[in-house]
Design a protein around this ligand. Structure first.
Ligand code: G3P
Length: 226
């Protein structure tokens, strides 16, 4: 079965930190419960404990390719698990890493039972990181990030070609950049993706709860009442 996923990246927006961030996670939980659509929240790392033990999956925004030891200031995969994360973004457009480090991060995630979501900016990069066998690859053209122009409509070819470039059936492809409406999500799924990765369309929305309901409205297995 192909269960779509909506991954909500909190980035470092003030609207998604502290008390507001916690409220956002509770909203996401409510929308998920009511609609049956899987939503994953990615709060900032220092705040992860405030989102722990809730009825929603939490992914980190970053992890470092390190083993326990002397790595001051780095993020250890084991520490993410302690903080309540069940997965992590890797190589986000705003936090790139070299290919060998991406590979090591994916391996460490596999070893520690964390879901890996590797971001890629091009079809070539999608092909390159697919060799590392992450759980997800998110195609995100950097020029559309934060633009409000949805990649699933502005550049369907890059999404379609990314889906086609991944021949391993175990790897699921997501798309992100400018996604903000139910229509954008529907278009993303129609292109063969398993879901979307987004931020500003919800985090910066005047009414984030309404934005979340709208986002899942066309793919919800249960009737949306919000
Ligand atoms: O991680 C999601 C992201 O980079 C896309 O950002 O604000 O265009 O949804 P946004």
């Amino acid at each position: 079965a192909k269960e779509p996923v909506i991954i909500l990246n909190y980035k470092t927006y003030t609207e998604s930190m502290g008390e507001q961030g916690r409220k956002l996670t509770w909203m996401a939980m409510e929308v998920m419960k009511e609609t049956g659509v899987r939503i994953v929240a990615c709060p900032q790392l220092p705040e992860m404990y405030h989102h722990k033990n809730l009825d929603i999956e939490i992914f980190a925004q970053h992890v470092d390719p390190i083993e326990p030891g002397g790595h001051t200031g780095h993020i250890l995969p084991e520490a993410l698990k302690c903080a309540g994360a069940t997965g992590t973004l890797i190589n986000h457009s705003e936090d790139r890493m070299p290919a060998d480090q991406i590979r090591k991060c994916v391996e460490l995630c596999r070893k520690h039972g964390l879901t890996s979501v590797v971001c890629a900016e091009s079809v070539e990069k999608v092909k390159e990181v697919a060799a590392f066998k992450p759980d997800y690859i998110a195609i995100e053209p950097p020029e559309l990030i934060g633009s409000g122009i949805p990649v699933s409509k502005a550049n369907p070819d890059i999404v379609r070609n990314s889906v086609n470039a991944v021949t391993d059936p175990e790897i699921k492809v997501l798309c992100g950049a400018g996604i903000s409406t139910g229509d954008d999500v529907k278009a993303a799924l129609a292109l063969g993706t398993h879901g979307v990765l987004l931020a500003s369309g919800v985090v910066k929305a005047k009414d984030p709860k309404k934005a979340l309901y709208d986002l899942v409205s066309l793919i919800a297995p249960k009737t949306v009442t919000g």
